[in-house]
Design a protein around this ligand. Structure first.
Ligand SMILES: C[S@@+](CC[C@H](N)C(=O)[O-])C[C@H]1O[C@@H](n2cnc3c(N)ncnc32)[C@H](O)[C@@H]1O
Length: 453
């Protein structure tokens, strides 16, 4: 910590400001807000300062600075274009033990001014120690969003802190950030003058929500869920996650049960495009990861060809979530040197897969959407050389309160699944790593998990 953060009481105390420009006028305003008695010394006072000087509590003296001016002050602000004068005042104040701030001259300051969010009596001050002023402004803007305000204003700040300005700053491109910030502020000011904010451009957030446990959401997912105007969600996204979407966001269920799609894929894409064109921030919430058996790629292809801005947030895919919560390390080095994710979903009643590659030893096979085709799947895998005794697990409702895990040999797995009448969604893990579950199982769902068969 390079500076000690303090809130100083200067009500009715004497403060000196040296300088006649706008920066000096702003310091006077700040000191007045805190109730100080301000003396301003400037050889030539500019219009802004002259205006401010009309207020009670300000004494403007248009003359040369004198060493005696610092005497008896509790604070000294300097904002002149004359660097010799800046240095002189700074050193006089230091010698007298008076805190001094010189505008844009960090090395001459003994205190710096933070960016302030004034919600008196609450004050929030943000500082980067003078090293990254833009970053302080962005953080200040972020704090602004916590303050109840008109929707237009909130949207402005949200776009500001989550949009390209913040991205530039995080990428270290401060100049680009400053230019864009100025442009954005000018635009907002024009809109305010015209009295009508322009219809903001919508965008789509393609967000992976993980396998079900809300704790597995990413911070970014949660942030965008809080920003969305409308959410399009699938059957596999549980209520516990939907509850975290902004309360007043519109919710549209777009289904997607195997073979029973409430909306067809093209209709979902069309809906997203229409909503974004109307200026909405559209949250497309998908289970697991949007790019793993999630058709997320097709959805953003449609957006991209229509020029709709979008961003993609990865989620924890079912394979990872189920494996972790079932205590099955997918690539434990004693058992597996590779791991393959495949779909057991039948196309036109057929399973069209690379059986030979899947039947290799020393690898782990994770099967998505494989419950229905399990009898056929296991039969063909064994026919292509897999050992019928290969350990296997079915993780049903993985990571959720209803998680159930069934384990058994590959050749008996389909019968075990039928007996258990699993409801799905279920992920199947095949390979020697499954044996580790006996030792590594840790998750205790509130209902369900039979502890492994
Ligand atoms: C259409 S895919 C979507 C996969 C998703 N994009 C992902 O990355 O997890 C649906 C399949 O994911 C798996 N799945 C999703 N959530 C699951 C869960 N909580 N437990 C077990 N399997 C799950 C099941 O195999 C299900 O049939």
């Amino acid at each position: 910590m390079n500076h000690l953060p303090l809130f100083l009481e200067i009500k009715d105390r004497p403060v000196l400001v040296v300088g006649g420009g706008e920066a000096a006028a702003r310091r006077v305003e700040t000191a007045l807000k805190a109730g100080a008695r301000v003396t301003v010394v400037a050889t030539e006072a500019g219009p802004a300062l002259k205006e401010t000087a009309k207020r009670d509590g300000v004494d403007l003296e248009e003359r040369e600075f004198r060493a005696a001016d610092v005497e008896g002050r509790v604070l000294v602000f300097v904002a002149t274009g004359d660097d010799d004068l800046n240095r002189r005042v700074s050193s006089l104040a230091r010698d007298a033990g008076i805190p001094v701030n010189v505008a844009d001259r960090l090395s001459l300051c003994t205190f710096i001014m933070p960016a302030v969010i004034d919600r008196s009596p609450v004050l929030v001050a943000v500082s980067s120690g003078g090293e990254a002023p833009i970053l302080s402004r962005v953080l200040r803007a972020r704090l602004e969003t916590f303050v109840p305000a008109g929707i237009g204003r909130r949207r402005f700040w949200e776009d500001f802190i989550d949009g390209p300005i913040a991205e530039y700053i995080l990428a270290g491109q401060e100049d680009a950030a400053r230019n864009l910030l100025d442009e954005t502020l000018d635009k907002a000011a024009e809109e305010q003058k015209a009295g009508q904010p322009s219809n903001p451009e919508g965008e789509v957030y393609l967000v992976g929500s993980g396998p079900g446990d809300p704790d597995l959401l990413t911070f970014r997912a949660l942030r965008l869920m809080q920003r969305a105007d409308v959410v399009l969600h699938d059957r596999l996204v549980p209520d516990g996650i939907l509850d975290l979407v902004r309360r007043d966001a519109e919710r549209i269920f777009v289904g997607k049960k195997p073979g029973d799609h409430t909306l067809r894929q093209e209709e979902i894409s069309r809906l997203m495009i229409d909503l974004a064109r109307r200026g909405k921030r559209v949250l497309r919430l998908k289970s697991g990861d949007p790019f793993v058996f999630g058709r997320g790629g097709e959805e953003i292809e449609a957006l991209s060809s229509e020029g709709i801005p979008f961003q993609v947030v990865p989620g924890i895919t079912a394979a990872n979530g189920c494996a972790s919560y079932a205590g099955i390390p997918l690539t434990h080095r004693d058992h597996a040197q590779s791991c393959m994710f495949v779909t057991g979903h039948m196309k036109d009643g057929r399973l069209d897969l690379n059986w030979r590659a899947m039947a290799q030893p020393s690898q782990t096979l994770v099967v998505y959407m494989g419950l229905r085709s399990l009898p056929e799947f296991t039969k063909r895998l064994i026919a292509h050389g897999a050992d019928p005794a290969t350990p296997a697990a079915i993780v049903d409702n993985g990571t959720r309160d209803q998680q159930q895990v069934i384990t058994g040999a590959l050749d008996g797995l389909a019968a075990l699944a039928a007996d258990a009448a699993l409801a799905g969604p279920a992920t199947i893990i095949i390979g020697d790593v499954v044996t580790l579950r006996d030792k590594l199982s840790w998750f205790k769902p509130r209902a369900g998990d039979n502890g492994g068969g």
